[in-house]
Design a protein around this ligand. Structure first.
Ligand code: DOR
Ligand code: ZN
Ligand code: ZN
Length: 430
């Protein structure tokens, strides 16, 4: 923590632009961006590398407690190797994170895993746990949070059923959460529309875009801008309709289609489903037009055994490939690198009010990702760090891989090696 570090000669990327600069780190924080070459205890040569604020992935499912398709050791290593330095974990674990007691247990469990990245949690909404919000400090009706302050990034509301049994279908309950919580993150697929399509022949038509549009319309009738984060929109229509809200897109909806993935069957089953090429292209249009506010991986691994069973669960892993996919897209001219940094670091940190993250400005935490824009390789499930051992991107050639990750000023990962650095719980500005 006390040691100083100099990242020398790289190209520093921020939403504002790119500049050649040396990054000096002291006491775990960014001390200066400079063209000078001050002395430091450790120097990392970043010549020909891109220097990015570490990715803040606001949407992962690391599956503990109670599930076995990932854990915090494997998940956080995959994150660090993928250039991610902070993750926000979802509450649909077993048991789900729906009481203060279970949340505190999750804090203990994750801390005892010595995770390789920083972490925070979303709290799960049920039909009957609104009363927990003041205790976790996320009730806007209790403006002064009781120490230790806000304990979660947001309250997650599932409007349609997915993995786990979290579900809120009552509009009155939805309204209460939207009014009471500082921020709700919403799985916006409407359960009644899903039910009405239950007899359709395939997963994609059982959860049509109309399910998402209906859910977003309900949110528009109860929620306020700045207080709702719509997870994983899959098309321009959804992004446009959800304009008053924060909107997230996932790499799998940006890069994969149902047709492309037909050959891997249930491995590509995910909620909301992968769509056709037209919708995928429309999601890119939304991204480029500024109608997407953040990228979240929705890393939702399931074991091969579960995916090959007669009732395969929904979800695909993705925390380790989200940055390489987006950097590759930027090198192909599909999006500016500055916008990748905005969507993957600065905006998630700002939306969820995570203290000290998302930028390489003096005083911020020194969570940094070095990317080699020349490194080209195919996605290989054996080279990734997931416990599930598979990826929907197997065999896809990508250029621009992360080569090193710095966490709080210490090297956490470099070219296949992990260092004994442990992430800490994030805090929130309220
Ligand atoms: O496909 C999905 N998988 N969608 C979700 O909403 C949940 C996730 C999971 O936890 O498996
Ligand atoms: Zn979801
Ligand atoms: Zn999810």
């Amino acid at each position: 923590m006390g040691a100083s570090l100099l990242i020398r000669g790289g190209t520093v990327v921020s939403p504002r632009g790119m500049e050649r600069a040396n990054v000096l780190i002291k006491g775990g924080k960014i001390s200066a961006l400079t063209t000078l070459s001050p002395g430091a205890d450790l120097v990392i040569d970043a010549d020909a590398l891109l220097v990015l604020p570490g990715v803040v992935d606001p949407h992962v499912h690391f599956r503990q407690p109670g599930m076995n398709s990932e854990d915090w050791v494997s998940g956080s290593r995959a994150a660090a190797a993928g250039g991610v330095t902070t993750v926000l974990d979802m509450p649909n674990t077993s048991p789900p994170t729906t009481t203060l007691g279970r949340l505190l247990e999750k804090f203990r469990l994750v801390e005892s895993s010595s995770p390789s990245v920083n972490y925070g949690f979303h709290f799960g909404a049920t039909g009957s746990n609104l009363g927990e919000l003041p205790a976790i400090g996320i009730s806007s009706a209790a403006p002064i949070p009781t120490p230790p302050g806000q304990l979660v990034a947001s309250v997650k509301v599932f409007m349609g059923s997915s993995t786990g049994d979290l579900l809120v279908t009552d509009i009155g309950v939805l309204r209460s959460f939207a009014q009471e919580a500082r921020l709700i993150s919403v799985h916006a697929e409407d359960e009644s529309v899903i039910m009405a399509h239950a007899s359709e022949p395939d997963h994609e038509s059982r959860r049509p875009i109309s399910a998402a549009l209906t859910a977003i319309r309900k949110l528009l009738s109860v929620g306020k801008g700045g207080r709702v984060y719509v997870c994983h929109v899959t098309s321009y229509k959804e992004a446009d309709l959800a304009s008053p809200f924060y909107r997230e897109a996932t790499p799998h909806h940006l890069f994969l289609t149902s047709e492309m993935m037909r050959r891997i069957g249930a491995y590509a089953k995910v909620n909301p489903p992968l769509r056709g090429e037209q919708e995928r292209a429309s999601l890119w249009r939304a991204l480029v037009e500024g109608k997407i506010d953040a990228i979240g991986s929705d890393h939702a691994p399931h074991s091969r055994e579960a995916k090959e069973s007669t009732s395969p669960p929904s979800g695909v892993p993705g925390v380790e490939t989200s940055l390489p996919l987006m950097v590759d897209a930027s090198l192909k001219g599909m999006i500016r690198l500055e916008d990748v940094v905005r969507l993957m670091s600065s905006s998630p940190a700002r939306i969820f009010k995570i203290r000290g993250k998302g930028a390489l400005d003096p005083g911020k935490d020194a969570d940094i990702t070095l990317v080699d824009p020349k490194e080209e390789r195919r996605v290989d499930p054996d080279a990734l760090h997931y416990k599930c051992g598979w990826t929907p991107y197997e065999g896809i050639a990508l250029k621009g891989w992360p080569v090193a990750t710095v966490l709080g000023g210490s090297l956490a990962y470099m070219r296949g090696e992990f260092y004994p650095v442990r992430g800490s719980a994030v805090t929130y500005e309220v």
